[in-house]
Ligand binder design. Sequence first.
Ligand code: ARG
Length: 471
Amino acid sequence: MATLWGGRFTKDTDSQVFAFNASIGFDKKLYRQDIEGSIAHVVMLAKQGILTSQERDVLIKGLTDIREDVEAGRLEIDETYEDIHSFVEANLIKRVGEPGKKLHTGRSRNDQVALDMRLYTRLQVLNTDALLKELMTVVLDTMEANVETYMPGFTHLQKAQPTTLAHHYGAYFEMFKRDRQRLKDIHDRMNYCPLGAGALAGTTYPLDRGYTAALLGFEGPTLNSMDSVSDRDYLIEFLSALSLIMMHLSRFCEEIILWNSNEYQFVEIDDAYSTGSSIMPQKKNPDIAELVRGKTGRVYGALLSLLTTMKGLPLAYNKDMQEDKEMAFDAMETVQNCLTLFTGMLRTMGFKRERMAGSATKGFANATDAADYLVGKGVPFRDAHGIIGRLVLCCIDKGCTIDDLSLEELQEISDKFGPDLYDAISLKSCVEKRLTVGAPGREAMREVIRISREYLEEEWQPRDWQLPNDK
Ligand code: ARG
């Protein structure tokens, strides 16, 4: 048991209390951010004359060595310390002696952990964004190659109107685009530096908070020190954005599972992304899609958990807030794994285009177009709807499609039908006539693909930054 705060105590902490209180088991993930934040703090302290330049150099070297040693496996993060902050500081003192004891000047673990978590979250926002962009590239490539791959569109899981694979995938492209926009908003809103807020009321040292903020790639310092140490909004927003990403992935997975089923047979998931059954030799299961759908639950759980933890906390820091980490880390990792696996599955998935088109010609998916045909012959839409409804009933009776009826049979129901009906309600013309913005018709679709390609190319570039060497 190693703590930074023994002075005021006359007894050792109970060992169960120590274990219950400690966070190093999970906050050791933050070691890079903790060291990065400390280096920026040291550079700023020296600029302000609070540390000498020799002290600064010794501290920076010590901190850099710790990071390198951890990364090279030469230094194991010792879990007898309370948290990662205590471990790094104690190890630094062990390495560099006296100057190490000055590291925590003008700082509290409250602003330190607020900074570490923000730096870590900011990095994960960017990683998630990069994975989403990769997924969207696969989606858009598939759209481009499938502008004329016809398939049924559904409402209530019943065939509704014919559409294309490009159009169906385009719906997900839009969802993922909104997901990326949310990430950018979150990044920009969270990109303010809490370091220098101290425990809650700032410090008496003449810190240059703007300078530390700039060193760490933030827009500027946060403006209220109490809020700085007790704000976890950015993390809740990120968990909420992650939940939406999972909701989108989960819906996409559900469709792939359906399309992959024996009944649909629209797609063939690649062998590399499927699994078998231990008893049924014929099985090839869509486990990846099911797992991604399933893991949505734990990401929602992380969001709900943190919202509930934060509810009712008085200002400023409370230890409850240590609970912001485990489930959030899990959610961040889960979403990145899901995005990676899902993208691979999508990239390798095959389409059974004839089955898809064949399915679109059944189930009266062209009934709306048949009604529109009658409107073209001067029949008011409501009457046309009724006529086609009767036609559909008659087809159900005969076990055929509208296109199967002879002209005589059609004309028994309405004398407005002519031989041009067949072409008007063919699968191709049902789709190609839909040319409103956002519709599946070839020209409309190509225009959306062009806009989407442009969107993917003009990349969101967060500001590049590194610690300056202006010693
Ligand atoms: N492990 C703590 C956390 O994650 C660090 C901050 C501790 N501050 C304190 N005053 N106990 O929130």
